[in-house]
Design a protein around this ligand. Structure first.
Ligand code: NAD
Ligand code: MG
Length: 394
């Protein structure tokens, strides 16, 4: 029986993880679940899965949850605050950590799990984008098993040979990172100033949290994933190509030197990569139906349009620039997406805000995680004040 901590259990990935765990009560038990402040959701999860701990970042929400669980006769202990996200990630009794907090808030708890040598299922791409080399160094030092849960990276992982050590040794020519292009793939460019958060969050194929849905609409998600792939597979920028594939059936591919291409295909449903990571190296059921090839739409592939999706190009530039550019890019994007979701920034200014932060960035390579967090905070403050002037200029 493996014990699992689910960071971000109240979210979209958290829910899909619980769906898979529900199918395998003989293999996995839930050790801890965490959420920012959604009391009702965490209460339901605690009553069904009876974890040892539930952590709420928000202290008032934690007090509420505690009262409700006590009344229901639950044995789950409720903890509160950011530090306890780390306690339940690195706890001696935990075997597996699902890292599915959204955004920079996932960095410290995900890294705590890595440093404690856990099997870590990485959905929280922002933590790796922010801290790149330091994160991968920590994986090596602790011997943690880092399994890519993001569907594209999971597809690449599945399409690479077992015991993959490097792109060159595996005879790989390129990693082909697919992306749907999101809901605005063919919206007239001049219409992008007016799109609403509801439209941006209506992804054609995937059902996801709001932040990643907006990232998919700007293709910043693919940019973050490009950086994620460079770190996970130790690939050079010239070894990764982004391919727009609107049907989201081919989740990514590996092109080999001999001309072979190995792809992983499946329904656009995160339960598949989650089950793959949970069971790895075995295969376990996910509850996802098989593809029906006889009734499938045409599969199409195209080059990305960098004018429509400037965020994709910005992310590529941030990785190439090194230093703490990727940290700044991620922080500026989080601020911009938040402002867009709150109706304070037009959709087409997300890329403008990120570009402005990048153009004015001067902090160097982080030596430690505290440096990463400082870079993140500096970029956020700059982005906050820039957003105000961008909005005034409208
Ligand atoms: P979501 O918004 O649905 O859920 C986010 C979770 O993080 C919630 O449990 C929330 O309570 C928690 N959270 C939010 N802010 C927090 C904070 N400050 N401190 C601690 N916890 C906090 O997001 P999601 O769609 O499940 O995405 C989670 C992560 O997985 C993201 O990094 C995303 O990029 C990645 N991912 C998601 C999908 C998907 O299909 N949803 C696919 C691939 C990767
Ligand atoms: Mg993805």
């Amino acid at each position: 029986m493996k014990k699992i901590t689910i960071l971000g259990a109240s979210g979209s990935i958290g829910g899909s993880t619980l769906d898979v765990l529900r199918l395998h009560p003989d293999r996995y038990s839930v050790f801890a679940v965490t959420a920012f402040q959604n009391v009702e959701k965490l209460e339901r999860i605690c009553l069904e899965f009876a974890p040892e701990y539930a952590v709420m970042v928000d202290h008032t929400a934690a007090a509420n949850l505690k009262a409700r669980l006590q009344q229901a006769g639950s044995s789950t202990s409720v903890l509160a605050g950011v530090d306890d996200l780390m306690s339940v990630s690195q706890h001696d009794d935990v075997d597996i950590v699902m890292a599915s907090i959204v955004g920079a808030a996932g960095l410290k708890p995900t890294l705590a799990a890595v440093k404690a040598g856990k099997k870590v299922l990485l959905a929280n791409k922002e933590s790796l984008v922010m801290s790149g080399k330091l994160f991968m160094d920590a994986v090596k030092a602790s011997g943690s098993e880092l399994l890519p849960t993001d569907s594209e990276h999971n597809a690449i992982f599945q399409s690479l040979p077992d015991n993959f050590s490097s792109i060159a040794a595996a005879g790989v020519r390129k990693l082909l990172l697919t992306g749907s292009g999101g809901p605005f793939l063919s919206t007239p460019l001049e219409g992008l100033a007016k799109v609403t958060p509801e439209q941006a969050c209506l992804h054609p194929n995937w059902s996801m949290g709001k932040k990643i849905s907006v990232d998919s609409a700007t293709m910043m998600n693919k940019g973050l994933e490009y950086i994620e792939a460079c770190w996970l597979f130790n690939a050079k920028p010239s070894e990764i190509e982004v391919v727009v594939h609107p049907q989201s059936i081919v989740h990514s591919m590996v092109q080999y030197l001999d001309g072979s291409v190995i792809a992983q295909m499946g329904q656009p449903d995160m339960r598949t990569p989650i089950a793959h990571c949970l069971g790895w190296p075995e295969r376990i059921g996910s509850g996802v139906a098989s593809l029906d090839f006889l009734n499938m739409k045409n599969l199409t592939f195209a080059a990305p349009d960098f004018e429509r999706f400037p965020c994709l190009g910005l992310a590529m530039e941030a990785f190439a620039a090194g230093g703490s550019y990727s940290t700044a890019l991620n922080a500026a994007n989080e601020v911009a997406v938040d402002k867009f979701l709150n109706g304070e920034l037009p959709f087409n200014k997300i890329g403008v805000l990120v570009a402005d932060i990048m153009n004015d960035w001067s902090l160097g390579e982080p030596d430690c995680i505290d440096d990463v967090i400082t870079a993140d905070q500096v970029a956020r403050q700059k982005a906050e004040s820039l957003a105000v002037s961008l909005c005034k200029a409208l």
